[in-house]
Design a protein around this ligand. Sequence first.
Ligand code: GDP
Ligand code: MG
Length: 440
Amino acid sequence: MFDSFSNKISSIFEKLYKSGILKESDVDAALREIRVALLEADVSLEVARKFIGDVKEKAIGQSVIRSISPGQMMTKIVHDHLIELLGRSAPPEISRRPHKIMILGLQGAGKTTTVGKLARFFSKKDKKIVTASADIYRPAAVEQLRVLTRKIDGVIFAPTKESISQICESAIETTKNENADILIMDTAGRLHIDELKMNELQQIQEAINPHEIFLVVDIMTGQDALNIARKFRETVPISGIILTRVDGDARGGVALSLRAITGCEIKFLCTGEQLDDIEFFDAERIASRLLGMGDIISLVEKAQESFTKEETDEAMKKLQSGSFTFDDLALQMEKMSKLGGLKTILKMLPQSKQLEQMMDSRNVSDKTIVKNLAIIKSMTIKEKRNYKLLNGSRRRRIAVGSGTTVPDVNKLIKQYENSLIFFKKIKKNGLGKTMFTMGR
Ligand SMILES: Nc1nc2c(ncn2[C@@H]2O[C@H](COP(=O)(O)OP(=O)(O)O)[C@@H](O)[C@H]2O)c(=O)[nH]1
Ligand SMILES: [Mg+2]
């Protein structure tokens, strides 16, 4: 999402940075370009117009033009306004027990998948969850949720019933009997907003009396999302929006318009089909991502899930003592892939474009990681523990076994050797001196 918008905005700011001293006409020109970028990203006209107006007022008021680094100052103003536009929303708070959540949206928006993702999200926070399905028209949809629920530890699926009122009763009862913290109720969607049985949604709402009603909106629906949200809002009091398919190539501007136009907070972003592909919507983070300032926080969170501190400490210890084997290296590489591969990681970092080019030029890629893992798998246990055994004939055998070439094998061994030497030096001289002497 937002890729092309983000690229455009970055290049607008690059120009501003370069010019050093800014004239008012430079600011105007930049704002005109930002306006075009917003519209191209599918931000609604009225939202774009107001945004530019607000930024301009602020820019002139804060004398961007006379400030020491006008480019930075402009970035800051645009960043702040983007956050305002996206709208800050409070993290989900589960203070009531049971906390009841109702999910609604059009068919195919991703409701059922989102119920599963939310269940996983909260179960990771040690909450006990009950899910239920009020999709009485499609038995397959009920089954879909049952299957999803089964995949998540500690999440219970409320027994299916025939009528809406029985389903709501069963859901409430199961939640009580299981002494669960959260109930998440899935509902039926329709292909078109006009076909929605709005009174059915009201019936469910009255029966379970939810604390939160989340509208699931597929970001690919573009400007239509605004009408969908408006229409639902007329029927039931929506407390938040969950955007799905944020992983796709939608232009994403809807996310920028939704809050301003519907007044609804965006609560979560879904970024894929897997249960873990959900993140809490953080306006600050998205604004930074939009301005090409990277998304370190997301990366750190993801990394924390994949690399525990103990494991990382142990790897460091092994590296420093020289007992870091190829198996340890393989483990680290597998975790990198789990984080979504190098490109995903890079996208979240500032200066990602430059880093990407650097990695391309040094031939570091996900492909090389796969290749290196294959090479390590073709080594014997002894070889993995003692790389000095790896003579010419062993290297040839490994190349054949892993479907790579001898130069590939040599390269990996060299890299491994270098990191051992590097850490040995750190141990002896400390980091500062090692970096210093390496530069010579
Ligand atoms: N790429 C992507 N696919 C999604 C996402 N959320 C849901 N889907 C897929 O969209 C399809 C419809 O989802 P479903 O939950 O059944 O929609 P529902 O009809 O609203 O309940 C399924 O194939 C999901 O795997 C998402 O965030 N990203
Ligand atoms: Mg469904």
